[in-house]
Write a protein that binds this ligand. Sequence first.
Ligand code: FES
Length: 328
Amino acid sequence: MATTWLDAVVVARTAATANIAVLDLAPAGGGPDFPAYTAGAHIDVLIDVLLEQGGLLEQGGLTRQYSLCGPPGTGQYRLAVLNDPASRGGSRAMHTLEVGDRLRISAPRNRFPLTAARRHLLFAGGIGITPLLAMVGSLDAEGGDYTLHYCVRSRGDAAFVSELADNPRVAFHFDDEDPGQRLDVDSCLGTPSPDTAVYVCGPGGFMDHVLGRAEAAGWPPAALHKERFAAGAPAPDAAEPGAFTVRLASTGAEYQVPEDRSALDVLLENGIDAPSSCQQGICGECVVRILAGEPDHRDDVLSPGEQADGLFAPCTSRALSRVLELDM
Ligand code: FES
């Protein structure tokens, strides 16, 4: 499905920390409210538009994903953007935005929704607080049962402390404070329980640690929900990428995917109207169903159940069989 783009204007900008800007976006030109969303949703931002309007020059457009962290239902969107020194340009460009600047954004998508579990265990690492903050708002509004563990290097690096400080369901864990308050993942996770869902968002190392401890404790994959900001490291046993062929079920056309290109790259180069966004296996926009062949899943967005059900992310995943037939 093609991305629906919206024209937005920055209506407020505040500093959550020295390195985190909070941007409130409203429809440009006083248009109708933005589409509604649920907690955990994100939007794409077209950074090439930002770069032009910020007076900076950069060849080629960037699309970056940002979680919506404000309370749903306001008709506006709130983002919190970390000015990451390791950024490839996206967060730096976002930090040039001021009130009145315009930008193009996608409609919200949610690959990280709250589930119907009776109890929710939320783990945020650093800027990973953003989707979980929206979840806290939703759960508070509906009287949900949850605990948020918010892990940050230091208090000065933590966004939204004042919003969360008085919430008895929130536990802060600062790396540079009393060792007794640091995150003890095993005890925070406790024993797996069928009525509890675990949600994790943050840097890759933090996520791998929490998810690894959860798996070791016996939490089933279906209870673990994650959202990454950048693709995780390939699994240690991942095979070297090899060449394979994708076949489109609708036309029978076949395309060779060399070992140094993704299936998505090849489809786009051949003029196939394939949806895409992050190109890192984290947003779910490119996901398509496989009709034949054996996939080699390398994405960070599909659950084991969705993978087993035949879904496939052509931007990062590859094939173990010679041919993959795609439902497109
Ligand atoms: S484009 Fe984002 S998962 Fe493939």
